[in-house]
Design a protein around this ligand. Structure first.
Ligand code: 13P
Length: 256
């Protein structure tokens, strides 16, 4: 069963991930789901929505007939015990999550998550049979001073467990999140290539790399035209079902 799952993952061409962050409640989820229910989906790509964790189950009941996966925005590195307020990766698996975001820059900054902490959460997610989407991204200072590639290399080396089968990396430059600014196509290409090279040379493995940071219906085609981009992680634009579906349809068009 596991083998089939891995094979299916390797066949997945593109991943569209929607990180709702701490937004949307029950009535908005109802409206969102209604619009999703009237959309036509294609199985050439994997879609995953990351709602606030308290709504994972609620969203799941609204869209369980659709080919959309559910993910969590974070998890803890232990499976059970006296860890008040934490979310266990095994509980997430239990309620139907397929993916989990780890090391999002907002958590790295607001919750002081270090690379080592992120690595522990990534390992625990893998052990619980979740697919981690490990987020990395440089600050504007690193981008401007020309140290972005080195910064990301270090983040990867310190955040990724030494052995793994299925991990996605999300390249999300911090200066691009929620700002409307995106790196040029050549900067995205250079960074995605670099991430893949680091994983190949330091971990003897291959990885899919998705892009996140101010993705919207008008810039998604240019981003997807970069060969090294295996999908996208959408924040703000994923809160509006029309924008989200416009991005989805652009991606489908791009694949055909
Ligand atoms: P925005 O798309 O709002 O820039 O957010 C990106 C992000 O942080 C997704 O995880």
């Amino acid at each position: 069963k596991n083998k089939c799952f891995i094979l299916k993952l390797k066949e997945t061409l593109m991943l569209i991930a929607a990180n709702w962050k701490m937004n949307l409640g029950k009535s908005e989820i109802d409206q969102f789901s209604k619009i999703l229910q009237s959309n036509e989906f294609h199985d050439s790509l994997d879609i995953c929505i990351f709602p606030p964790s308290v709504y994972i189950n609620y969203l799941n009941t609204r869209i369980e007939n659709l080919p959309i996966s559910i993910g969590a925005q974070n998890c803890y590195h232990e499976f059970s015990g006296a860890f008040t307020g934490e979310v266990s990766p095994t509980s997430l698996k239990d309620i139907g999550c397929k993916y989990v975001l780890v090391g999002h820059s907002e958590r790295r900054v607001n919750n002081n998550e270090s690379n080592l902490y992120v690595q522990k959460c990534t390992s625990a997610a893998i052990k619980a049979n979740l697919i981690p989407i490990l987020c990395v991204g440089e600050t504007l200072k690193d981008r401007v001073s020309g140290t972005a590639l080195d910064f990301i290399e270090n983040q990867l080396i310190e955040s990724i467990p030494s052995s793994f089968e299925n991990i996605f990396v999300a390249y999300e430059p911090i200066w691009s999140i929620g700002t409307g600014k995106i790196p040029s196509s050549s900067e995205i290409k250079e960074m995605h290539k670099h991430i893949k090279q680091v994983i190949s040379s330091k971990f003897n493995n291959s990885i899919k790399v998705i892009y996140g940071g101010s993705v919207n219906p008008s810039n998604v085609s240019d981003i997807l035209n970069v060969n090294e981009v295996d999908g996208i992680l959408i924040g703000g634009a994923s809160l509006n079902p029309k924008d989200f579906l416009a991005i989805y349809h652009s991606t489908v068009k791009h694949l055909n």
